[in-house]
Every structure is written in structure tokens, then in C-alpha cells.
Design a protein around this ligand. Structure first.
Ligand code: NDP
Ligand code: 2IT
Length: 455
């Protein structure tokens, strides 16, 4: 990583990145995700002969396999539609592949490889036996009827079913994939295989889903942020927060932040953001849940309904002065300029609910400024962690209470925080959470790969 944060092994880093770019042309998101990680890992590799000799970074940045396939389906007007779908099985060294499916028109190989690569380290951090993978399609669920989404999901599973399994690969939700889509896909898998097994997570409660999975990513992100504040003898109580997105992660981030005594003043979607000077309270959040989870409407309706708020069309919330930012929409939503604006407005903490929401130059600004920066692979690991707990419950053929799942989630987020402190504490006592998460996630996977020989 060519930046002021990582100065050790600069030549090795530059050489590695040069090779990576050559091997993966036209994949900017994947290159970005690896670059962010390699700056922290190279010093570890340089200092440990077994990692260097074993070419562990070259091996970890090459996915095990990628399946790409056509999904044909029929829309409500009888037109034949064709989409492309992927499953990137990145690394199964410490458990079956695990990671979400994303349905969004922007989905491509680069985005899914970045997500799969991050997922390997994230899943390792949870301490659960999960490898990393990611998948999805360039299908756009927006404006489609339930029946169209059903036909698409059923068609997708006709191919995907042969590549997944409870001990092989267990997909879940991500952008554009929630309980409706998981249910259609699970129902089709069950039919094709004549088997009722936990091959997807995020299932409905009536058919093997776990309590608290819906809330897990947002809740986990807030728990992680609270852990970061506690580390410096502070807390979220009384802090003003800005949240982007208004989907699964954003909604439950707001819910938990309110419970912790924070004030949340923004939400967004791809059309713009709302700013509510009085704060989003429980009642307003119920409106957002109904708007987004049931009616699938636009966030601008919030400003029509609540007079204390205003809608900023085509804008992002990063110019609003606050103590804490929870980017919870998508990759690269915080530009270098946005990061500088957040810092000049006195931001104290950034906890990444979305995957890679900050461009690398922005991450460097946060790390240099020594604010509390919770990187995605640590801060948003609560979602996949509860997916792991859903897999455990499926294997046991038991359902745990919400208290049980929530307390395990809290414990896992605390453990992840602990790993970041262990590997990220700097000489002046500051915790570099980005380095801590990268190194903490890497070691277990690297050691497993080395134990297997040259694989
Ligand atoms: P949802 O589909 O529920 O919500 C996504 C939200 O982000 C929507 O408000 C959407 O607006 C907005 N958004 C998506 N893409 C863009 C874009 N290109 N530009 C602007 N806004 C955009 O997804 P999730 O809440 O599940 O996911 C949000 C983020 O969290 C993603 O980065 C995902 O990878 C990550 N994540 C999700 C986990 C999960 O368990 N669901 C777990 C860990 C991380 P609009 O509706 O207008 O498109
Ligand atoms: O990015 C993520 O961690 C997810 N979308 C959740 C993956 C999962 O398997 O629950």
C-alpha cells in the first residue's frame, strides 16, 4: 500500500501490487481490496520465513474457483430475460465457503472477488469455522413483481444448487437479497435435491432461520463501535450519528444506536439522503421499516412525512456534522474528499457497516488522524457470525432464543474487537483497527493453508 501508514517492506508491497494488477486487469475493486490488506500483511510475511517461502499472499489472493452461469427467466409480460450470475468460492481452508449473494445491476467479477476476498478474513475473525465466498447476479430487483423475483430466483437455483451444500458452500443475503429472495431460493433447492438442509442462511423462522439474523449486521456494528469507544473510556451515549443506506444494515444500526442513547440524524438511498434535525426516533424508524421492508419505497417519502426533516436529492450525508459515521450502503461511498470533510467536521468514529465503503485514500486519512476507525471486515462481521450460528442451530436441529443468539453476537463482536487490539495496538497506545483486523483475520487462514501443504 503506497501510503504513509505502511512504510515497512515498501518494495515488496509495490512488487506484489504490480503483479496482482497484471494478473487481474480490469478489476479495480478487487485490486483495491487486496491493496488495502497487503500493506498490513506484507510486514508479517516479510518477518515470517514460512509465509514468505510458501508464497502465502499469492495463494490467498487467487480464488479457489469462480462459477459463472446464465440465468434465463420470463417477466410478467412474457418476455424472455437473460442475466448473468456468479459464485466466487474464494477459500475454504477453515470451513465451508460462506458469504452472501448480491442482486444489483452493477454486479461483476471484480466486485464479487473483492467481496469474496474480504469475506475470507472477516469470517476468520468471527472465530467460527467458515471459509469465504460471495456470489450474485446483475439482476435488478427494483420495480420487479414478486412473481418475477420468484421466477428469477428459481431459475438461478437450477444451476447454483449443484455448487452449494451445508458442508460445501452456504450462501446468504447481501444488497438486493433479503428474506423474500432467500425463501424462493431455499424452496427451489429443497425441491431439486429433495433435501431439507441448511444450505442458505437468513431463512424464515418457520424453516430453519435464526432469531436476530435480520438485525445482526447492524446490531453487531453498533456493538463494535461501542467497544471502540469503551477502549478509550467513552461510549456512544449522547453521540450524534450519521448513517447511509436505508436497507437491512442501516435500519438495524439505527435501532441499536438509539437503544445505546445515540441520536441518528440521517439515512439515504441511491436517490439522496434525509436529514432529520430532531433525530430519528423509534416511531420514525417503524415508518422506515414499513417503507423499505414492506413497500420497497424511496427514502424521500420520509421528508414528506416528517416536517423536522429535509431531503437532499442525489447527495450523500457525509457533510452533516456528527460524532460517528456508519456507512451502510455500498462500496466506495466515502470518497477521499468525503473523508477529509468528515475529519474537518470533527468525526470521532467511523464504523463500516457496508463492505469497503471508504476508498483507500480515505482509509489512510482516518488511520493517520487516529480516529476510531472500525473497518468493515471487523465492524460488519456480526451478520455472517449469526449466519454461522444459524448453521450451528440447523446442524443441532434446534432453535436458540433471541437472548441466546444476541448474547453470542455481543460476545463475538467483543472477541473480534479484542483481536483487533491484540494485533493493532501501536507504540503510543492507539489501536489501528484496520491493521489489527487484517492481521488477525489472516493468521488462522494462512496457518491452515500451510498445514495442508502446497495447495
Ligand atoms: P440492502 O439491499 O438491504 O440495502 C442497501 C442500501 O444501500 C439501500 O438503501 C440502497 O439504496 C443503498 N445502495 C445500494 N447500492 C447503492 C449504490 N450503488 N449507490 C447508492 N446507494 C446504494 O443491502 P444491505 O443493507 O444488506 O447491505 C448494505 C451493505 O452492507 C453492503 O455493502 C453489504 O455488502 C453490506 N453487508 C451486508 C450484510 C448483510 O447481512 N445483509 C452483512 C455485512 C455487510 P437503493 O435501494 O436506492 O438501491
Ligand atoms: O458481507 C457479508 O458478510 C454478508 N453479506 C453476510 C454473509 C452471510 O453469509 O451471512
Amino acid at each position: 500500500m503506497s501510503n504513509e501508514v505502511n512504510t515497512e517492506c515498501k518494495n515488496e508491497i509495490d512488487e506484489f501490487i504490480k503483479g496482482l494488477k497484471k494478473r487481474n486487469p480490469g478489476q479495480p475493486e478487487f485490486q483495491q481490496a487486496v491493496e488495502e490488506v497487503v500493506g498490513d500483511l506484507m510486514p508479517v510475511v516479510c518477518s515470517e520465513e514460512r509465509y514468505r517461502k510458501e508464497r502465502i499472499l499469492e495463494r490467498m489472493t487467487e480464488p479457489d474457483r469462480i462459477v459463472i452461469f446464465r440465468v434465463s427467466w420470463e417477466d410478467d409480460e412474457g418476455n424472455v430475460r437473460v442475466n448473468r450470475a456468479w459464485r466466487v468460492q474464494f477459500n475454504n481452508s477453515i470451513g465451508p465457503y460462506k458469504g452472501g449473494l448480491r442482486f444489483h445491476p452493477s454486479v461483476n467479477t471484480s466486485i464479487l472477488k473483492f467481496l469474496g476476498f474480504e469475506q475470507v478474513l472477516k469470517n476468520s475473525l468471527t472465530g467460527l469455522p467458515m471459509g469465504g465466498g460471495k456470489g450474485g447476479s446483475n439482476f435488478n430487483p427494483k420495480g420487479k413483481s414478486d412473481r418475477e423475483v420468484m421466477r428469477f430466483c428459481h431459475s438461478l437455483m437450477i444451476e447454483l444448487h449443484r455448487h452449494i451444500g451445508e458442508n460445501t458452500d452456504v450462501p446468504a443475503g447481501d444488497i438486493g437479497v433479503g428474506s423474500r429472495e432467500i425463501s424462493y431460493m431455499f424452496g427451489q433447492y429443497k425441491r431439486l435435491e429433495n433435501e431439507f438442509t441448511g444450505i442458505l442462511t437468513g431463512k424464515g423462522l418457520a424453516f430453519g432461520g435464526s432469531l436476530v439474523r435480520t438485525e445482526a449486521t447492524g446490531y453487531g456494528c453498533v456493538y463494535f463501535c461501542e467497544n471502540m469507544f469503551n477502549e478509550i473510556d467513552d461510549s456512544l451515549d449522547g453521540k450524534t450519528c450519521i448513517v447511509s443506506g436505508s436497507g437491512n444494515v442501516a435500519i438495524y444500526t439505527v435501532e441499536k444506536a438509539l437503544e445505546m442513547g445515540a441520536k441518528v440524524v440521517t439515512l439515504s438511498d441511491s436517490s439522496g439522503f434525509i436529514y432529520d434535525k430532531d433525530g430519528i426516533d423509534e416511531e420514525k424508524l417503524s415508518f422506515v421499516k414499513e417503507l423499505k421492508e414492506v413497500r420497497r419505497g424511496r427514502i424521500s417519502e420520509y421528508a414528506d412525512k416528517f416536517k423536522s426533516s429535509e431531503f437532499h436529492k442525489d447527495k450523500k450525508p457525509w457533510g452533516v456534522k456528527a460524532d460517528v459515521a456508519f456507512p451502510s450502503a455500498t462500496q466506495n461511498e466515502i470518497s477521499h474528499e468525503d473523508a477529509k470533510t468528515l475529519l474537518s467536521n470533527g468525526i470521532k468514529a467511523v464504523a463500516e457497516g457496508a463492505n469497503m465503503p471508504t476508498v483507500n485514500e480515505g482509509v489512510h486519512e482516518f488511520r493517520k488522524a487516529k480516529i476510531l476507525f472500525g473497518p468493515a471486515k471487523a465492524a460488519n462481521a456480526g451478520g455472517v457470525a449469526v449466519s454461522g450460528l444459524e448453521q450451528s442451530q440447523n446442524s443441532l436441529r434446534l432453535s436458540w432464543s433471541s437472548e441466546e443468539v444476541n448474547s453470542r453476537l455481543k460476545g463475538i463482536m467483543k472477541d473480534i474487537h479484542g483481536k483487533c487490539v491484540e494485533h493493532g495496538k501501536t507504540d503510543d497506545g492507539h489501536v489501528d483497527y484496520a491493521r489489527g483486523a487484517n492481521v488477525g483475520g489472516f493468521i488462522k487462514v494462512a496457518d491452515a493453508m500451510i498445514a495442508y501443504g502446497i495447495v
